[in-house]
Design a protein around this ligand. Structure first.
Ligand code: 13P
Ligand code: SF4
Length: 303
């Protein structure tokens, strides 16, 4: 650990704070985090927090979800510009319009949505549990948003009608992956297992050995007898895998697949966040109350 990391750990103890980090964070941030994980694991962890201050090294919708589950705690984000563009693709207006057009459909939203949209959902899901969530519902028609590719993935595992809302919600990072990249790497590493995130385009998903959340990828690398893995998600997932399993060989599908908003968090900003208790993420009570029901309904399935 470097000096700055040591100072942050000390400050964290003095402030009785906890640091949560998404799997896409840089190595130096992972090293000072109390817990790293995928969106579902972070939601579960957020629901169990016993400390008054949480520094969330992730994007806006993740910190908002932590606040929805912990309205009395201080949820801090080191850089308030860390916004997931996909979460901003589903507007409240568009969601309400879709609900009016399909009054018999259940509304399942990816956690990658803003709090105001979450408040309109019946239940939330993440990439780790989307199929399980949809299958748990009694309705045969599902409004699903905002990720069209995750909607496609779910539609491959259910007989229910999945209606994407909006029509073309997507992640700009996972859009960078192509079938040519997968084929080229498979040729270079013929024994590699291909692990692909469900935010990738369907053509890319079709070439996967397994379609997994980032947490699922980490578990699979640990369990698999294989040595080489082609990792079809944000590039720093390979950093996270390497930290956990130094003997394995995770190969990024595309080295330039970088989630810029995730990388806005740096050690100096984490220190400043703890020192000044900035920047607080606070979802208005009336929205948080309604959104909490949808988050908790999802968490009940993971219990
Ligand atoms: P995971 O829940 O699989 O970590 O995915 C979150 C995300 O935003 C992927 O881009
Ligand atoms: Fe959002 Fe894509 Fe970044 Fe995930 S990788 S946080 S979906 S922009």
């Amino acid at each position: 650990m470097n000096q700055l990391q040591k100072e942050i750990i000390k400050l964290k103890e003095d402030k009785n704070a906890i640091i949560l980090a998404h799997n896409y964070q840089k190595k130096e941030i992972q090293e000072i985090a109390d817990f790293s994980g995928d969106s579902l694991e972070l939601c579960i962890e957020a629901s169990k927090i016993h400390k008054p201050i949480v520094v969330f090294c992730g994007v806006d919708f993740m910190a908002e979800t932590a606040n929805i589950l912990n309205p009395d705690k201080k949820i801090l984000i080191p850089d308030k510009e860390a916004e997931c563009p996909m979460a901003h693709m589903l507007t409240l207006k568009e969601l309400k319009k879709a609900k009016r057009e399909h009054p018999d459909a259940a509304v399942v939203l990816y956690v990658n949505t803003l709090a105001e949209a979450k408040a309109e959902a019946d239940i939330l899901c993440t990439s780790a549990n989307a199929v399980q969530v949809v299958e748990s519902l009694k309705e045969d028609k599902i409004l699903f948003g905002p990720d069209k590719n995750l909607a496609w993935h779910v539609s491959q595992h259910t007989d229910k009608e999945i209606i994407p809302v909006p029509e073309d919600g997507h992640c700009y990072v996972h859009k960078m992956f192509t079938t040519e990249q997968v084929k080229k790497l498979k040729k270079e590493h013929p024994n590699a297992e291909v692990l692909i995130h469900p935010e990738c385009d369907p053509e890319v998903q079709k070439l996967a050995d397994r379609i997994l959340s980032t947490g699922g990828m980490l578990r699979r690398v640990g369990e698999s007898p294989n040595q080489d893995f082609i990792i079809g998600t944000e590039v720093d997932m390979t950093t996270r895998i390497k930290m956990e399993f130094p003997d394995k060989n995770p190969i990024p599908l595309f080295k330039e697949a970088i989630c810029e908003p995730m990388k806005l968090h740096t050690l100096p900003k984490v220190k400043k966040s703890l020192l000044n208790e900035e920047y607080a993420v606070k979802v208005p009570d009336n929205i948080a109350k309604r959104a909490r029901k949808a988050v908790e309904r999802m968490l009940e399935l993971s219990a």
